[in-house]
Design a protein around this ligand. Structure first.
Ligand SMILES: Nc1nc2c(c(=O)[nH]1)N[C@H]1C(S)=C(S)[C@@H](COP(=O)(O)O)O[C@H]1N2
Ligand SMILES: [Mo]
Length: 432
């Protein structure tokens, strides 16, 4: 390494200053080991491979990714579509940046994706309003639209973390029920203004067109704030399983309230106390109280690279990378530890850092080949700090026995995740 460019270690076990890549530039980058072999790319003479000698494939009307990427897929809990809930989890450990491709967006569907004819679908707004309204998709299309980046997370995401012993599974299984997209649609406030909401109204009850329908109560305040009738996902129409042709989208709130295949919003003065919100989405706390109508997905982060299944390629310099998000605002800071939380280094946040959206963090790390425990801890601009797992379970509870990763009776885990690296470079899930 060039003299004067020696990276500065700022926390134990080799965590380097987040500006190292910028300051050290090419000289530093040349020392990177990577999780796959990157060395040996020396100036050998190029030979022509077979694909360089013939014309390439014809461009199809709708592009598919490279056949070599076919293994980057969602994992399915109900691949045969039996009569129970279907979950598909996003491969966050094989993704980069902050946007989830539509084909990899996580899904929770109580009874599969209905095959809705957009020309026949209707959205009704009724109840405590001056003018009940009915919209076709074409009618909605004529309203002013907004686009925003936002994550959506199932309240049951990360439920395996309630297990008393760390479940040995990869990031996709542990935390794969969160995704982030650019959503475009009509603000619900625009439609509610047209309907004329009764001043006594306090709640909205939203219903989907799937069978059985998922019905949830939403405080009117959220409906008048940033709630959206989403029509597009990353620039194209919603995917069938994500709510085609329209869904409610409540930025930062537990996914189950963002009703897909939305067909009805009833304006009321009391919550519906519907079956799913009385049972599934109400949790008993260690203090004996029922935890109902807790909506926000709290500040959270996890390291995506390295993570279980991504083996380290010998001692050397790596980039630790992950995602952070908060349902209460923007990510302000992410700290990373390589010694199980004793010392911390501040990670670089990749711009743009957006409200209620994924924020990518990165930090250079010089791994000397000895065991290490990696953690990340996020802070948001509303003053919230991601709790340690121990802090979290003291307040919200823990399960008595380990459950299969697919079960999620407990909700809203946002504690710190720990990855142990052993001398062989294997990554394991641990509680630290
Ligand atoms: N109509 C309807 N809306 C629904 C669901 C459903 O089964 N039916 N699942 C909910 C749950 S539990 C979650 S977490 C989110 C997931 O949204 P996604 O599948 O687009 O990721 O949709 C919610 N909206
Ligand atoms: Mo969910």
């Amino acid at each position: 390494m060039t003299k004067g460019l020696e990276p500065i270690a700022i926390a134990a076990n080799g965590l380097l200053d987040r500006r190292t890549f910028i300051k050290g530039g090419a000289a530093f980058a040349a020392t990177l080991s990577g999780y796959t072999e990157t060395q040996g790319a020396t100036a050998q003479p190029l030979t022509d491979d077979s694909w360089s000698l013939i014309p390439g494939a014809t461009t199809p009307p709708y592009e598919q990714r490279s056949r070599f990427e076919a293994k980057v897929t969602r994992t399915l809990t109900n691949p045969k579509g039996e009569a129970r809930v279907q979950n598909a989890r996003t491969p966050l450990h094989l993704s980069q940046g902050t946007v989830t491709p539509n084909g990899l967006h996580f899904v929770v569907a109580q009874s599969g994706a209905p095959d809705i004819d957009p020309a026949k679908h209707r959205l009704v707004i009724h109840g405590m309003v001056k003018r009940p309204l009915m919209f076709t998709l074409d009618a909605l299309e004529r309203y002013p639209k907004v686009s925003r980046m936002a994550f959506i997370e199932c309240g049951g995401n990360s439920a395996p973390m309630f297990s008393p012993q760390p479940i040995q599974a990869n990031l996709q299984t542990l935390h794969g029920m969160v995704s982030c997209s650019e959503w475009t649609g009509v603000l619900l406030s625009t439609l509610l203004a047209e309907a004329g909401v009764d001043p006594e109204a306090k709640w909205l009850i939203a219903e989907g067109a799937d069978a059985p329908t998922l019905t949830r109560s939403v405080p009117l305040k959220k409906g008048l704030d940033d709630a959206m009738i989403a029509l597009y996902q990353n620039g194209e129409r919603l995917m069938p399983a994500n709510g085609y042709p329209m869904r409610l989208f409540l930025p930062g709130w537990e996914g189950n309230m963002s009703i897909k295949w939305l067909r009805r919003i009833q304006v009321t003065d009391t919550p519906g106390m519907t079956f799913p919100e009385s049972k599934t989405y109400t949790q008993l706390l260690p203090n004996g109280k029922a935890y109902q109508f807790y909506f926000v997905e709290e500040v959270k982060s996890f390291i995506t690279q390295p993570s279980p299944g991504l083996t380290m390629n010998g001692p050397g310099t790596y980039e630790i990378s992950g995602i952070a998000y908060s349902g209460e605002g923007c990510i302000k800071r992410v700290m990373v530890s390589a010694d199980g939380g004793k010392t911390w280094a501040q990670a670089a946040l990749q711009a743009p850092v957006q409200d209620k959206a994924f924020t990518r963090f990165r930090l250079p790390w010089r791994w000397d080949g000895s065991p290490a425990i990696l953690q990340s801890r996020a802070y948001d601009d509303a003053g919230n700090v991601q709790p340690t797992r121990a802090e979290f379970v003291t307040e919200r509870g823990e399960l008595k026995a380990p459950l299969p990763p697919a079960a999620f009776p407990n909700q809203h885990f946002n504690g710190i995740t720990s990855w142990a690296i052993d001398a062989k470079g294997e990554v394991k899930h641990v509680y630290a």
